[in-house]
Design a protein around this ligand. Structure first.
Ligand code: FPP
Length: 261
């Protein structure tokens, strides 16, 4: 089956609204080939492009890519610099395609830590694409889930201290509005590539009911077909949200019963 057929089949069943991807294995991909690690990141950028195109074709509402974690700053300086160069290059090169495909580019993380030569094209594309509504592509940059929760808690505490907020008014909805992903749907599916099975500080609040799909493929080899395989795995899962399997089956049966009576 070619990828068009696979994509068409995926579209006949419910797809996740929000997919988060932990893009792992760039370094190993390069090392297996005797290449510098940076080469893995470079080819990994091609995977970013292909996977984004595929998600857009499928009509996925939100795609969040873990491109650089708060902890990644501790990598060797030349690798960090190469990643920053790649990010800048990506933002400049993909601008036209992002805009012409009605994609809204978003970013989460401690963005003020990014060098100006990345922050500037990032903010420019964010502003230019702000009214697009085809798909929200969020880059998690200098991002950490714990850092995000600390920032949210601090802002809530400040509002409570200044009398703007009653502690009793702190709710799940308020936290949703105060984390960096405000306005995005909860994450339905997290994909991690390269055979590792960890969340590594990725969207800790947003993934509370996410399905986790782990792929053994290293990120530079992860393309449209591999994304489709992960989406197919998602579609075989029964999502119960704390209810029983029988209750979930009943909810799914309801619209059918209504139309047939
Ligand atoms: C993890 O692989 C990957 C990263 C830390 C960076 C991800 C960056 C890209 C895919 C390219 C640039 C991003 C964009 C959005 C253009 P790793 O280096 O930890 O791999 P390893 O575990 O095999 O060492």
């Amino acid at each position: 089956m070619d990828t068009t057929d696979i994509e068409n089949r995926l579209k006949t069943r419910p797809l996740p609204k929000h997919v988060g991807i932990i893009m792992d294995g760039n370094g190993r991909w390069a090392e297996h080939r005797g290449l510098p690690r940076v080469e893995g990141h470079r080819i990994g950028s091609d995977s970013v492009r292909e996977v984004t195109r595929c998600a857009r074709r499928l009509g996925i509402e939100a795609l969040t890519l873990y491109a650089f974690s708060s902890q990644n700053w501790a990598r060797p300086a030349e690798e960090v610099a190469a990643l920053m160069d790649l990010l800048r290059e990506y933002l400049l090169k993909e601008r036209t395609e992002i805009l012409s495909n009605n994609i809204k580019l978003n970013a989460i993380g401690e963005l003020d830590k990014l060098p100006r030569y990345v922050r500037e094209p990032l903010e420019a594309l964010r502003a230019e694409s702000a009214s697009n509504n085809g798909m929200t592509l969020t880059l998690a940059l200098s991002y950490g889930g714990r850092e995000e929760l600390v920032s949210m808690a601090r802002r809530i505490a400040e509002q409570a201290k200044s009398g703007q907020l009653e502690p009793a008014a702190v709710s799940e909805a308020l936290v949703d509005a105060m984390v960096w992903t405000a306005g995005l749907p909860a994450v339905d599916l997290v994909i991690r590539t390269s055979g590792e099975r960890r969340l590594s500080n990725f969207m800790l609040w947003q993934t509370s009911y996410a399905e986790l799909v782990f792929s053994d493929i290293l990120w530079p080899d992860f393309r449209a077909r591999e994304l489709c395989e992960c989406l197919n795995a998602f579609q075989t899962r029964e999502r119960r949200f704390g209810q029983t399997g029988a209750q979930v089956a009943q909810v799914h049966a309801l619209p059918l019963r209504r139309t047939s009576s």
